[in-house]
Write a protein that binds this ligand. Structure first.
Ligand code: ADP
Length: 320
């Protein structure tokens, strides 16, 4: 391929820039030109592509967000939108595309591939809910952001003998809450995949902890499991201590990517180029057992990546 396109789409994730850098430099190294499209599929439909040179992606490996911008694009969901995109690629001389984004973006990529256009996907979402990879780009940074908050809140919680509820992102998946909760020594982790049947299932371990002299308790709640406000009110009623709530929101998407995310993005971005240039479109790259690999798009987004309930159980045991 003489020229390939790259875009970032859907929810932004730290490490997207490192992935665009890897795609661009690997492609140029392999003898191809690169066109970067602004604002995801929307930018393709609007003809907003620009040639990326080696220097265009300089100094961005440590930046959060995505310098290409990202967007959600309704028109692209329709077949007519995808055909229009392919016309634009023809006009730009772009022969293949690399899509960096979450499950919705990979569905869109599959749609293009179904119409005969070569596309390779790079999983980037803080939710870590894409199959065919142990981790998606941005997840590790989001976990570290939440962990930082847990550590700070633990200091103030212990000073005041309070219970803190921390609500994290994760509408359908509890990966962020689980990893940050385990790393932060949370007393209880509430995830959508395993909501306790009764409030006592949650409060009994907290009360037991207080009875043996624990100064503070931290409960991490993924937004999809329950509202943090609701949990805080119910726990306060049962435990009889003041419960404070911290809802983290969009800060979890921001920040400089961790070393892990930069390395992941570099490896996956480069591998995506290798696959595209080898004419192996229709696939989403991933890291499995610390080796780069790939699976079909359909497998990547078919079902949310299952939460590892063994890790959740371990977190419960270690919080005893
Ligand atoms: P994410 O990639 O983070 O999951 P979205 O679900 O919003 O984010 O998807 C990003 C974009 O991908 C959408 O705005 C749309 O243009 C495209 N897209 C999402 N789902 C589909 C689909 N089923 N078919 C075609 N395009 C889709």
């Amino acid at each position: 391929m003489h020229r390939i396109g790259v875009l970032t789409s859907g929810g932004d994730a730290p490490g997207m820039n490192a992935a665009v850098r890897a795609v661009t430099r690997m492609a140029i190294h392999s003898g191809s030109e690169v066109v970067g499209y602004e604002h995801g599929y929307q930018g393709v439909l609007e003809g907003k592509g620009k040639i990326l040179k080696l220097g265009s992606v300089g100094g961005i490996i440590d930046d959060g967000g995505t310098f290409l911008g990202t967007a959600r694009c309704g028109e692209f969901r329709e077949v007519a939108g995808k055909k229009k995109a392919i016309k634009q690629f023809e006009k730009d001389g772009v022969e293949g595309l690399i899509v960096i984004g979450g499950d919705g973006s990979l569905r869109g990529a599959q749609g293009l591939f179904d119409l005969g256009f070569p596309v390779v996907g790079v999983p980037a979402t803080i939710d870590n809910d894409i199959c065919g990879t142990d981790y998606s780009i941005g997840f590790d940074t989001a976990v570290n952001t939440v962990l930082d908050v847990i550590s700070k809140i633990r200091d103030t919680a212990s000073a005041h003998e309070r219970v803190f509820v921390i609500e994290t992102m994760g509408r359908t998946s509890g990966w962020i809450a689980l990893y940050a909760g385990l790393a932060g020594g949370a007393d209880f982790i509430l995830v959508p995949e395993n909501v306790p049947e009764t409030i006592e299932d949650l409060t009994d371990p907290i009360i037991r902890g207080h009875e043996r002299g624990k100064q503070h308790s931290v409960i991490v709640v993924a937004e999809g499991a329950a509202s943090g406000m609701d949990v805080a009110e119910r726990v306060q009623e049962k435990v009889g201590r003041e419960v404070k709530l911290s809802v983290l929101g969009h800060m979890q998407r921001g920040g400089a990517p961790t070393a892990f995310d930069r390395i992941l993005a570099s490896r996956l971005g480069a591998h995506a180029v290798e696959l595209l240039l080898a004419n192996r479109g229709g696939m989403s790259v991933g890291l499995v057992g610390n080796k780069v690999s790939a699976c079909w798009f359909t497998e990547a987004y078919s079902h949310g990546k299952e939460l590892d309930l063994e890790i959740l159980e371990l977190a419960g045991i270690l919080a005893l």
